[in-house]
Design a protein around this ligand. Structure first.
Ligand SMILES: Cc1ncc(COP(=O)(O)O)c(C=O)c1O
Length: 408
């Protein structure tokens, strides 16, 4: 790691004043203990990963929720896809043609989520980034939970609709915003299905009821719920028994569904066809590589054939949460495999993460601006890839470090 307090950046070819300002701010971040350091994994994603900097660690830091990243059927599908279709598309779909395998995946996603259609993007970041601006104009209103994912916030910034941000999961505040926007042509309510930093599940039945009452479109980013929630991993709608009741779902292929790159929007045929016409984050960029499409389809097939993976994830989550509380920790309550423990200051959360790494457990600390000021946390993520032995190792390290740092 470069130590910016001591680094001499004068020899750089980049503009001197500009480069010095950035180096100065980086030095401040380092001094305050909030500088992020990238950690490098040496092998496959799994329950245990080897970090270049720390050796073998129990992995409580991945979105590999149902453990599909190293499932042979998925890996083999990627290999076969690369053999059949090559390295990539070198093509924007509407200009240079698209691949039948993309259409097949889009049909498969729609079938899995019981929607009419879906469209894929190279990431869910791009799905959210390209969603709002084409569908809504200044005649409309967008109403968004305060803790929605950064990709939603940025996507909304690109849209001319009137913006309303309601206090996190506060249904009265949501209703107020809906009332205030009744003069608009359309209202769209946007929420994460599962909030990535809190692990909380959005109260979808109440939100749906409000959307019906005020004639609003309901859009859910289910990135941390697809493959995770519901008996068969179909996400937040399945969790609440609300299949077919969400107007638009965005989600990722980069977490539970095999962890590859890719995202999608699933909805009615007109919504999807409209995005094909107007969504800039798929109109002016490549499609996902065909091998990723093959891998994602194999991941969906595998999940459908193995719903016990979802149950194992649930059992592991119960075990981890119960024992964490037993040790004296006070994680944010919830039913999802995202188990955050609030520490307070960013530097303290980062220190705890660092000491856990020294004890062979990979957990990361998050601070402002990723989470609100004063609510820095370590975020533990449980996976179906874990065996009880892995979770016990992690709990023992959390106990040791938690006591040492006075967290418990
Ligand atoms: C809620 C949510 N939406 C979208 C994304 C972006 O997903 P992707 O990695 O596919 O861009 C993430 C990733 O962290 C997320 O947590």
């Amino acid at each position: 790691m470069v130590l910016y307090e001591e680094a001499d950046v004068s020899g750089s070819v980049v503009n001197g004043g500009f480069n010095r300002r950035l180096a100065g701010e980086l030095a401040e971040m380092q001094e305050q203990g909030v500088y992020k350091t990238l950690l490098h994994i040496m092998g496959m994603q799994g329950a245990v990963v080897e970090l270049e900097e720390f050796g073998e660690t129990v992995n409580l830091c991945s979105n590999n929720y149902v453990g599909l990243c190293d499932v042979p059927e998925v890996v083999e599908a990627v290999r076969e896809g690369a053999t059949r279709y090559g390295a990539g598309t070198a093509s924007v779909r509407f200009i240079c043609g698209t691949w039948a395998i993309h259409r097949e995946l889009e049909d498969r996603i729609a079938d899995f989520l019981e929607t009419e259609a879906s469209i894929t993007y190279t990431s869910c970041w791009n799905a959210n980034g390209g969603l709002f601006a084409p569908l809504l104009t200044d005649e409309d209103a967008l109403i968004s939970d305060a803790l929605n994912h950064a990709s939603i916030i940025d996507g909304i910034r690109l849209c001319k609709a009137e913006r309303h941000v309601y206090k996190h999961m506060d249904m009265d505040a949501l209703e107020d915003a809906l009332k205030k926007t009744m003069d608009k042509r359309h209202r769209m309510v946007m929420t994460d299905g599962v909030f990535s930093m809190e692990g909380e599940i959005a109260p979808l039945p109440v939100i749906r009821e409000l959307c019906d009452r005020y004639d609003a479109v309901l859009t859910v980013d289910d990135s941390h719920a697809t493959g995770v929630l519901g008996d068969t991993g179909r996400g937040t709608p399945e969790h609440f028994g609300m299949h077919g009741e969400v107007d638009i779902i965005t989600s990722t292929l980069g977490k539970a569904l095999g962890g590859m790159a890719g995202g999608f929007t699933a909805s009615s045929r007109p919504v999807v066809d409209y995005l094909v016409q107007r969504s800039r984050t798929q109109l002016f960029t490549n499609a996902i590589p065909p091998y990723s499409a093959c891998g994602a389809m194999a991941a969906i097939d595998y999940l459908e054939a193995h719903p016990e993976r979802v149950q194992k994830l649930r059992d592991n989550t119960d075990y981890f949460r119960r024992n964490l509380v037993g040790l004296g920790f006070n994680p944010i309550e919830g039913d999802t495999p995202i188990v955050p423990v609030i520490i307070g200051e960013t530097a303290a959360a980062m220190r705890m993460s660092r000491e856990l790494l020294d004890e062979g457990v990979f957990v990361i600390g998050f601070g402002f601006p990723v989470v609100p000021k004063g609510e820095a946390r370590i975020r533990c993520q449980v996976s179906a890839a874990h065996e009880i032995g892995h979770l016990d190792r992690a709990l023992a390290a959390l106990d040791k470090v938690g006591k040492r740092l006075g967290v418990i």
